[in-house]
Design a protein around this ligand. Structure first.
Ligand SMILES: [Zn+2]
Length: 144
């Protein structure tokens, strides 16, 4: 067997995919030819690297695990911000509601006629305010 022929069969020799006869011929050549046996060692180490990479890629949980961990870290990083933001928004909304309530109350208080009307209108306005706050949080506050 010639070097060229052996080289073309080295990979199959390593994978033990040659016929018994061919295996013996290659083995025989390798025992006498240092350049071919050197090539075999190189090929073997290269195959080892490939096998390692294959086994890493073949693990289907590795990628999803890593992605899950990343997502969890992002969630954890985002939560304190949302946690601070929501009470702040609530505070602003309550201040606005209280402010507009005082403004309306002051306006209506100056006129006894409209004050009576305000008693009728106030529950209606309060309902609108509550609905607006709820809608605001439904649309924006809890949107992620
Ligand atoms: Zn050779």
């Amino acid at each position: 067997m010639k070097c060229k022929e052996v080289n073309s069969k080295l990979i199959f020799y390593l994978e033990k995919e040659l016929l018994k006869d061919e295996m013996l011929q290659v083995e025989n050549h390798l025992s006498k030819c240092s350049s071919c046996s050197d090539r075999l060692i190189l090929l073997q180490s290269a195959m080892g690297v490939i096998e390692k990479e294959k086994s890493l890629q073949a693990n289907p949980y590795f990628l999803s695990k890593t992605l899950n961990r990343l997502r969890e870290e992002q969630r954890r990083a985002a939560q304190p911000f949302i946690g601070l933001l929501k009470p702040a928004l609530l505070g602003v909304l309550f201040l606005l509601a209280i402010g507009s309530g005082i403004f309306m109350g002051a306006n209506f208080a100056s006129d006894t006629e409209t004050r009576q009307q305000s008693n009728l209108i106030d529950p209606y306005f309060n309902e609108i305010d509550n609905e607006t706050i709820e809608l605001f949080f439904l649309n924006d506050g809890y949107h992620e």
